[in-house]
Design a protein around this ligand. Structure first.
Ligand code: GDL
Length: 712
């Protein structure tokens, strides 16, 4: 197998592959970087770009020279890179405040890079990412554009340094999304391509800052404009933009056919050093797969990935990485590293241990034993913290189950109750049994997460653990809440009640101020990575017309038959009529402007209708209610949506519109009547916030629930 680093391409030197330390946040330590070089060498990677945004002398105070102590450290680092055959590229980011046209500024830049050259460094980079693109008046006079200013300074510095073999330039428009109006028409990129000297390589993050896919076509397009193949600065594993996320999925979404079209790939990974094992290992596998000459594949569907050995398979690459990582996680990392107490020769601090270590008797609590972490545990961890645009398979399964359990919560009869005690009529399990089966499956998945947490927190390599710790605590807690919620839906016990009550502990409402802002913004949740079973659900709400009567009857009947209105045991007598049913059945027509119909691409899928004055209709079917109800809530509403409308938002919108029409008609309040078994609609009205259950005196027993909302 040829090493990726040995690939050569005519005129442009070897394929550069490795790591860019280019994120915001705490820079890695010198020890960590040295460890990285060792790994890079072992895995066949050849480049490291030094660009930590929060090394102040790299960016904010770029003019300042390094102190003697810093110089010593950098010198040692650069020679460690050399020892491991890694090209150390020193990057500087002067863009925050440089005046491009001022010769003193350019001199300061040269002086700084000369200093770093003195540390043994021979590869350099100028970065202009994440800066304002406005030029100061002096620069506006001297240069015809920002791109001209940057390219002129880059060319000068490049020449000053003797045209080094590696010299990189990061443009301000470093991805397609930043280009106006497009990559091919970006005057900024065209100027960069035309003006930068040909020996300078250009960094590019792909279609977006964090690109899910980078296609061959997109790279060909930008290469034509830049007049050279780009060097990918890959943010696929970067996590500096979201403190709750970590990326432990495989390198993915980049076909290996890209390799001959690129100058190289540098990954800018997670801020935490140790969890980057997977990011860097899988990138190395990607480079090797291509070096072996096999046709490329990165984006086949999960099942197809396994079939051909010679191509890059993200799944296989991940497995390789995780099994190597397991060895590292299971290796104690120095003094105090192991969790399990070693036998110690020193005098113990405690004095009453003459009896030796405590051994529990048969009636005592057994001692805690730490089970070793498994490859499956690491696989699960990776699936929970996968990739920026994709959850791993288990995470998706958990979300799917939770979503299903929530949507079908009407079936969540507690065990030992009516329906599932009976022998099902056919081979299909009763809805209640099916709900409980899936609730159990969800619970098992949650349990596996907790087990993984326990085993990982006992892993001997504490440095790895501490980098992961806040994330695994967070997911354990999130899973705990979801688990408790499902227990509550199923009528579960105290533990869940404690978690789900009205005065939760702070971990019951997570995300801090930023989380609150997010929840208040419109469309919150639209960008969840987990999407319900793919549907192109475009809903429209339109006024009711008499021709809709048949459809309303159909929906109302269907929902009653499906358990949304009648007890399912078949034993009960004909249930008492509901006023809402009469309205839906067309026995009374909705009041003018008090009817709405919901449609999707399959047709009518819901309705919201109202009678401004419901008393006459009630009298017709001898539907009795107290005078107080009629006084405060004279209007009736009836709402139904078919279960295929998984999103509650359209129904909510219909109700809001309907209530404002009823209010305009002069009504003081509305009510609805429901059967106690119609948990779905009971839940719907309860979560609207405006409806409250009413004591509807005069109604026979508890066979009907009345909920009412004031319009005043
Ligand atoms: C960026 C920054 C990078 C940061 C990343 C992810 C580049 C060229 N610059 O835009 O420093 O880590 O986003 O937040 O990618």
């Amino acid at each position: 197998m040829s090493e990726p680093g040995s690939r050569t391409r005519s005129g442009t030197g070897r394929f550069m592959c490795g790591v860019v330390e280019g994120f915001y946040g705490r820079p890695w330590t010198m020890e960590q970087r040295t460890e990285l070089f060792e790994r890079e060498q072992k895995w066949g990677l050849n480049t490291y770009l030094y660009a930590p945004k929060d090394d102040s002398k790299h960016r904010m105070y770029w003019r300042d020279l390094y102190s003697a102590e810093e110089a010593e450290q950098l010198t040692a680092l650069i020679s460690a890179a050399k020892r491991h055959e890694v090209d150390f590229i020193y990057a500087i980011s002067p863009g925050l405040d440089i005046t491009f046209s001022n010769p003193k500024e350019v001199a300061a830049l040269k002086r700084k890079l000369d200093q770093v050259r003195g540390f043994g460094c021979s590869s350099f980079s100028l970065l202009f990412d994440d800066i304002e693109s406005e030029m100061c008046p002096a620069d506006r006079r001297a240069f015809s554009s920002f791109a001209h200013a940057q390219a002129a300074v880059a060319n000068q510095v490049y020449r000053h340094l003797g045209e080094p073999r590696s010299f990189l330039f990061c443009p301000t428009d470093y991805c397609a999304a930043f280009c106006t109006p497009s990559v091919s028409q970006s005057s900024y990129l065209h100027t960069v391509g035309e003006t930068l000297l040909p020996g300078i390589d250009v960094l590019w993050t792909g279609p977006k800052v964090v690109s899910q896919h980078i296609s061959v076509e997109s790279v060909e397009e930008v290469s034509a404009v830049l007049k050279r193949p780009p060097l990918i600065w890959d943010n696929i594993h970067a996590n500096d933009y979201d403190p709750q996320r970590l990326f432990l999925g495989p390198y993915k979404g980049r076909p290996t056919e890209l390799i001959p079209k690129l100058r190289g790939v540098l990954t800018n990974p997670n801020c935490e050093f140790h969890p980057n094992f997977v990011a860097v290992h899988t990138l190395a596998t990607w480079c090797k797969a291509a070096a072996d000459g096999g046709p490329a594949d990165v984006d086949m569907a999960a099942g197809g990935e396994e079939e051909q050995d010679w191509s890059y398979s993200p799944q296989k690459a991940l497995r390789l990485a995780l099994s190597d990582w397991l060895q590292e996680v299971m290796t104690p990392d120095g003094p105090g590293g192991g969790v399990k107490k070693e036998v110690c020769d020193e005098e113990p601090m405690q004095t009453d241990v003459s009896e030796g270590p405590f051994a529990p008797g048969p009636e005592d609590q057994p001692l805690f034993t730490a089970e070793p972490l498994t490859l499956d545990d690491l696989g699960l961890l990776s699936e929970l913290f996968y990739l920026p645009y994709e959850h791993g398979a288990t995470a998706r399964a958990m979300l799917q189950e939770l979503d299903w359990l929530r949507t079908h919560s009407a079936d969540a009869a507690p065990p030992a109750s009516d329906s599932d005690q009976r022998v099902p009529a056919g081979p299909a399990p009763s809805p209640a049994a099916e709900w409980r089966r899936r609730a159990q499956r969800f619970d098992d998945l949650c349990h596996a997460v907790v087990q993984m947490f326990n085993r990982l927190s006992n892993a001997p390599n504490r440095r790895v653990l501490y980098d992961l710790y806040s994330y695994i605590c967070d997911i354990k807690s999130g899973v705990g809440l979801a688990r408790a919620y499902v227990k509550t839906l199923g009528g579960g016990g105290r533990a869940s009640a404690q978690l789900m009550n009205d005065d939760p502990e702070p971990w019951g409402f997570r995300g801090g101020l930023s989380g609150e802002f997010q929840r208040l913004l419109p469309g919150h949740g639209d960008r969840d990575l987990f999407r319900r079973p793919p549907r192109t659900a475009v809903y429209s709400i339109r006024p009711y017309c008499p021709e809709d009567k048949v459809e309303l009857q159909r929906i109302s009947t269907e929902m009653r038959r499906d358990g949304g209105g009648e007890d399912n045991d078949g034993a009960s007598a004909t249930p008492p009529p509901l006023l809402s049913d009469c309205l839906a059945a067309g026995d009374a027509s909705p009041s003018p402007r008090c009817g709405l119909v919901l449609e999707d691409d399959e047709g009518v899928c819901g309705y919201a209708v109202a009678l401004a004055d419901a008393k006459p209709a009630a009298a017709k079917i001898q539907w009795a209610a107290s005078a107080a109800l009629w006084d405060d809530f004279p209007s009736l509403v009836s709402v139904q949506v078919l279960p295929r409308v998984a999103d509650p938002a359209p129904a909510r919108r219909m109700v809001t519109q309907l209530l404002s029409s009823v209010r305009i008609s002069g009504s003081r309040g509305v009510f609805c009547d429901l059967r106690p078994s119609d948990r779905r609609m009971l839940h719907f009205y309860s979560t609207l916030g405006s409806f409250r259950a009413m004591q509807a005196d005069g109604r026979p027993g508890d066979d009907v629930v009345v909920m009412a909302a004031s319009l005043l």
